[in-house]
Design a protein around this ligand. Structure first.
Ligand code: AMP
Length: 369
């Protein structure tokens, strides 16, 4: 069976790494022949919305998935017309994940608490939104934002005007600023037959809008219960097939949904070493119509993103039990180049070892030329 994947980034690469042992083949579509997954599988070169290349991908694959959540919904629909090729996750979930307003409306409809928000298409609407929702707030582009790009925290009226000048050329969303105690994510897979495999809650730390660090399990029974219920509600709403992630803020012991991702997620990378079946394998099992694998934990995991510059391999691997994932990308400021993980017997041991790893990385990065 060939899995066609739109986008050949690190998520696609890790899908292929998980899929070969299952006997699956892969074909990618990407703009660049040097994309991270290109080292692993054949690649069609072209724009991710290129109708001819999408059609070729659809003809040569039994299932099409995407490693980029801005894959063209219309392009995918057209490419598979008249073919037996399936698309998973479902296009309705993909379309919702591409629009922050649609995400928030979905959360509201399903009773999943989310930030107060307003769609903003003009300066006057922004003024009204800020008056209703209050300051501080966050102004974000409705579409195409990622890793903190396309958003501004707005603390006063002067900042409101500046944020409008910076972002106002496209459709926006204004949302309340949540002074959260923590950020967590819920991750789970749903198979074609409706069976589900949910991972335990992951706690995440971001800086400048980019995920830096995740640890799992984040042991909080009450939050875990809420997260599972919210995740299930969204999975069932879409009759979802594949892995889905929801990111939440934690405030006063309650979850507030920020956004969803209809794909494998950076905050789930720890599952490669830390769970019986990784998010990548479960995504593939789901979309290939296979039974889901156990999400049982193999310990207490931590994952550190390697951003902007790769440390020397020996520095990371010098710490016993640390696993390195190098995505094979060109270094660039703010770019996710790889990650490393560790799995420990207890949360205390994990945290001790994590601090050592973070220390090593800081030393390595600070002393690199
Ligand atoms: P996003 O692109 O929506 O995932 O935002 C990236 C990061 O910015 C989040 O993980 C938070 O750390 C922060 N952030 C986004 N929206 C808000 C908000 N409404 N209130 C507080 N922090 C936010």
């Amino acid at each position: 069976m060939t899995i066609g994947i739109v986008g050949a980034g690190q998520l696609g690469r890790m899908l292929a790494l998980a899929g070969y042992p299952l006997g699956l083949d892969f074909l990618f579509l990407d703009r660049s022949a040097a994309a991270p997954a290109a080292a692993l599988a054949p690649i069609l070169i072209g724009d991710l919305a290129d109708p001819a290349q999408l059609r070729k991908l659809a003809r040569r694959s039994q299932v099409i998935s995407f490693d980029w959540e801005n894959a063209s919904v219309e392009g995918l629909r057209a490419a598979t017309r008249g073919l037996p090729t399936r698309i998973a996750p479902p296009l309705r979930a993909l379309a919702t994940g591409q629009d922050r307003v649609a995400e928030k409306r979905l959360f509201e409809r399903l009773g999943v608490p989310t930030t107060r928000f307003a769609a903003v298409n003009s300066r006057a609407e922004l003024e009204r939104a800020a008056a209703r929702i209050g300051l501080p707030g966050v102004l974000k582009t409705r579409r195409l934002g990622y890793d903190g790009k396309g958003q501004r925290v707005v603390r006063d009226r002067a900042a409101l005007a500046a944020a409008w000048r910076a972002l106002g050329s496209v459709a926006l969303i204004y949302e309340e600023f949540v002074p959260f105690e923590a950020e967590v994510s819920a991750l789970g897979a749903r198979a074609r037959d409706g069976s589900e495999a949910l991972y335990p809650l992951t706690r995440n730390w971001h800086a400048d809008g980019i995920l830096r660090l995740s640890v799992a399990p984040w042991e909080d029974r009450a939050l875990e219960r809420q997260a599972r219920a919210h995740l299930r509600a969204v999975l069932r709403e879409f009759r979802y097939v594949g892995v889905l992630a929801i990111e939440f803020f934690v405030r006063d012991g309650r979850l507030i949904a920020n956004e969803l991702a209809p794909r494998v997620h950076n905050s789930g990378h720890w599952t490669i070493e830390g769970a019986s079946t990784s998010q990548f394998e479960n995504h593939l099992r789901a979309i290939a119509g296979l039974p889901l694998g156990s999400t049982a934990l193999l310990g207490h995991s931590a994952m550190v993103n390697l951003i902007g510059r790769m440390p020397a391999r020996a520095v990371v691997l010098g710490e016993q039990g640390v696993h390195l994932h190098d995505y094979g990308k060109q270094a660039r400021a703010g770019r996710k180049l790889g990650h490393c993980t560790l799995v420990a017997r207890s949360a205390a041991e994990r945290n001790r070892r994590l601090l050592r790893v973070l220390g090593r990385l800081e030393v390595a990065l600070a002393s690199a030329p």
